[in-house]
Design a protein around this ligand. Sequence first.
Ligand SMILES: NC(=O)CC[C@H](N)C(=O)O
Length: 251
Amino acid sequence: MVVGVLALQGSFNEHIAALKRLGVKGVEVRKPEQLQNVSSLIIPGGESTTMAKLAELHNLFPALREFVQLGKPVWGTCAGLIFLANKATGQKTGGQELIGGLDCTVHRNFFGSQIQSFETELPIPQIVAKEGGPPSFRAVFIRAPAILDVGPDVEVLADIPLSAVETINSNHAIQKEEDSTESQKKVIVAVKQGNLLATAFHPELTADTRWHSYFLKMLPEIGEGTSAIISTSTTDQSFTERSIIDFPIYQ
Ligand SMILES: NC(=O)CC[C@H](N)C(=O)O
């Protein structure tokens, strides 16, 4: 079994390495015809505008949209989430092409600029119910988007109270509002809609493999009941925890 990883730009190598730690082969996808060799796809973090331009150059959009419409499992992380969203705000002038399919509105760079990137302990009850492990996940947000609203078929897997994020962009509209419920406000950072999974953060940059394992169980060839090749181990000695300072700059 192989999992396709869109390899135009961004953290595709890190996803392939995370899959390898679970004993699964990840293959790079750069051309439309390569999508025929895979039954699932991960769209990595990176820079969604650049990724969109490269996808356009390689004429990938029709094949990517067809892949999503056929109901094949697709997981977008960070820029990949933006790519999958039906609607994105905070785009560069002129906008950018999206694959769409995920019924939500995503706000690019919601938490601010690159230096306002952060890590936080994110409660993930639905993932823990399936994968076990600690109640929270060390989530790495790098110039990350957030999901502002979702359609009725979208299941929220994780959200984050704005009060927990010290580095929120002071220009952001939500922070400008001054009411007493401010500290209670949350934004959505992980969702599932049918066979689409999306996270605003970067599980591929941590040693915790639970999100990859969760995604792999969405694949028909693995399924819920199979745990043979999926390790739920959250401590992988071959991967050293790093600080976000070590991570590549994503715009
Ligand atoms: N880490 C990331 O993938 C950042 C996403 C980036 N801000 C974008 O809009 O594409």
